[in-house]
Design a protein around this ligand. Structure first.
Ligand code: NAD
Length: 459
């Protein structure tokens, strides 16, 4: 089938590549000329395991096209995926300007029946707004009632995880499709069914529902996951106070199948481009409908405070004035296997250390360039602080002569480091671990002063 993907970010690029991989003819559009140039020169503008190799192969076989040509993109695909960003507006609601601009373009150039798919995470009711925008454009072109220019808007939210996006797309737990039940809606559903048929070969994974429920499902899923994390973070803060070990508690409750082990890790808070903005947007949708989502308000508050928990531990151990101290920071991206720095906890922790006068030497396996870019923006009002952070390309360089090691992302390569070398490299053997990677008892036996989240500090 001929598919157009609008937006070549984390979701659009992975969706486009995976649909091309299973045999579809895919046209990827972006307004960002820089991204399109990188893609046309054989590169990939984001880090996502497996993606670069897949795209190189697809390009070589002519199965995927990257372009900024809006008219050609609309004319290409009978299915038009909208996968543009929906960042938070000032009031927390989802900013739909990019979604609506993409919709306008479809209306402006469409040349036959189109299935318009909202793949971006959009608030309940957005499909109706997309429909109205497309209809207005068609009316302006004099095609208001043209059967040849009919269309239907489908909601098909994306559940992939950055860092495992290709795998998640290729082996989805479920595919959610929300469609209207009029003639165009049922035709759109049939086309979506054909499109995703290869993913349903062994068992049916697609859940069909009405459009509003599909839109809501995405927010409810992210809100639930964010709630589990904030719940565990609250428990960890109490564990710190009562002398319990949150890791033991995690195993103790995760073994109950009604609870399960996933998403039960305490740490320095969740980040990324989805949980923070989607929780905020759902709270906002509720308030627009005269309702309060009190649990989610608390989930947000807890997460905001959690990003400072490790800094408070550092202050308790080393004092509030950290001038003259140097911290080695391992891990900058909001989670492993991605270079995404959106809402990463490292941004808050590093800014807090710098604000207390410290120097920071930061290392990340893939997010260094992105970290350098976003921290320069975060710290533009405090140029002096910015001069005290440097970015290094090995774990060892970060450690050399530092006062302590601070761990902020659970990259695999941090899980079993050479503790003897760490001890030798640091000025004094102190680790502040925001991801609970090590065992407090083992650290004490190695003579390392080890502080984790919700875990005992063993002397
Ligand atoms: P992103 O910011 O990485 O990419 C969005 C892209 O859209 C950018 O390259 C931008 O230049 C492009 N764009 C903007 N307006 C455009 C237009 N009018 N025409 C063509 N291109 C345009 O965003 P992302 O992380 O891929 O997220 C996209 C959507 O998917 C969001 O709604 C997000 O909430 C949702 N989502 C993201 C993830 C994730 O893990 N990143 C997972 C599930 C859902």
């Amino acid at each position: 089938m001929k598919i157009t993907i609008i937006g070549t970010g984390y979701v659009g690029l992975v969706t486009g590549a995976c649909l091309a991989e299973i045999g579809h003819d895919v046209f990827c559009l972006d307004v960002d000329q820089r991204k399109i140039d990188i893609l046309n020169n054989g590169g990939v503008p984001i880090h996502e395991p497996g993606l670069q190799e897949m795209i190189a192969r697809l390009r070589a076989h002519g199965r995927i096209t990257f372009s900024t040509d809006v008219k050609a993109s609309v004319e290409h695909g009978e299915i038009q995926f909208i996968a543009v960003g929906t960042p938070p507006d000032e009031d927390g609601s989802a900013d739909l300007q990019y979604v609506l601009e993409a919709s306008r373009n479809i209306g402006r150039y469409m040349n036959g029946f189109k299935v318009i798919v909202d793949k971006s995470t959009v608030p309940v009711g957005t499909a109706e707004r997309v429909r109205a925008v497309v209809a207005d454009e068609l009316a302006a072109r004099g095609f208001g009632n043209s059967a040849q220019h009919s269309f239907s808007v489908v909601s098909n939210p994306e559940f992939l995880k950055e860092g495992a996006a290709v795998d998640d797309f290729m082996r989805p737990d479920r595919i959610v499709i929300g469609n209207d039940d009029d003639e165009a809606g049922l035709l759109a559903r049939e086309k979506m069914k054909r499109l995703y048929a290869p993913f349903n070969r062994n068992h049916e994974r697609t859940l069909y529902m009405d459009v509003r429920s599909a839109e809501f499902t995405k927010y409810a899923a992210n809100a639930m996951l964010a709630t589990r994390i904030s719940f565990m973070n609250e428990m960890s803060n109490l564990a710190d106070r009562v002398g319990a070990d949150i890791e033991a508690v995690r195993r103790g409750i995760g073994s109950d199948p009604r609870i399960g082990y996933h998403f039960l890790y305490a740490g320095v808070g969740y980040g990324g481009s989805c949980f923070p903005k989607d929780v905020q947007a759902l709270v906002r949708t509720a308030s627009e409908n005269g309702h309060r989502l009190r649990i989610l308000e608390a989930v947000e508050d807890v997460n905001h405070e959690q990003k400072e928990v490790l800094v408070r531990k550092i202050e308790r151990s080393l004092g509030q004035d950290l001038s003259g101290r140097t911290f080695a920071v391992w891990g900058l991206s909001f989670k492993p296997n991605t270079d995404d720095m959106r809402e990463a906890s490292s941004r808050r922790v590093i800014a807090a250390l710098l604000a207390r006068g410290a120097h920071v030497r930061a290392y990340d396996p893939v997010a260094l360039d992105e970290a350098r870019r976003v921290l320069a923006l975060d710290l533009k009002e405090t140029p002096d602080a910015l001069t005290r952070v440097s970015f290094v390309t090995t774990q060892e360089e970060a450690l050399a002569g530092a006062d302590a090691l601070v761990i902020l992302t659970e990259w695999k390569e941090f899980k079993s480091p050479d503790f003897v070398s760490i001890k030798a490299a640091l000025k004094s053997p102190v680790i502040f671990d925001g991801r609970n990677l090590y065992e407090p008892q083992a650290m004490a036996e190695l003579g390392i002063d080890y502080y984790a989240i919700g875990r005992p500090h063993v002397q």
